[in-house]
Ligand binder design. Structure first.
Ligand code: CMP
Length: 131
């Protein structure tokens, strides 16, 4: 079983969409290995997104991710990384396929409702970051 890290971001949390997203996670066949509600500090968010430190959106991204509560989940499933990325859709909600979580609940590239790991290796690294 592969592991991926999912985050329900502050926009989706504030909009009251956490329950719907967790239902979707379960109905798509993922096992919730770990789950907790957190409010990241700016430093937590900077550490998590360290790989993006040199990107122009790093400050905006880490301010947003530390702006309110999130739900972080470590998910297990066959092909968990690619399946979760399929379920959440493209980074920009306007480009996300119909019915994906970002198409349903995201607002823009920054406020895009959820995070998903981009490789099995990062799925483990990111899960270990929070759990
Ligand atoms: P996420 O899957 O959490 O991984 C990195 C995040 O950076 C991504 O989702 C987006 O929310 C964010 N991101 C990527 N590009 C931009 C951008 N141009 N402006 C703001 N945020 C961005």
């Amino acid at each position: 079983m592969e592991t991926t890290l999912a985050i329900i971001k502050p926009d989706a949390y504030k909009d009251g969409n956490s329950g719907k997203i967790i239902d979707r996670i379960i109905s798509e066949g993922f096992t919730i290995k770990e789950m907790k509600q957190i409010h990241m500090t700016k430093e937590n968010a900077e550490g998590f997104y360290e790989v993006h430190r040199d990107r122009p959106f790093y400050d905006e991204l880490t301010n947003f991710m530390s702006s309110g509560n999130c739900v972080v989940l470590s998910l297990g499933r066959d092909n968990a990384v690619s399946k979760w990325r399929e379920v959440i859709g493209a980074t920009n909600p306007e480009e996300a396929a119909e019915g994906t979580i970002r198409a349903l609940y995201g607002k823009n590239t920054g406020n895009n409702a959820v995070h998903g790991s981009d490789s099995a290796e990062n799925g483990m690294i990111e899960s270990n970051y929070f759990f």
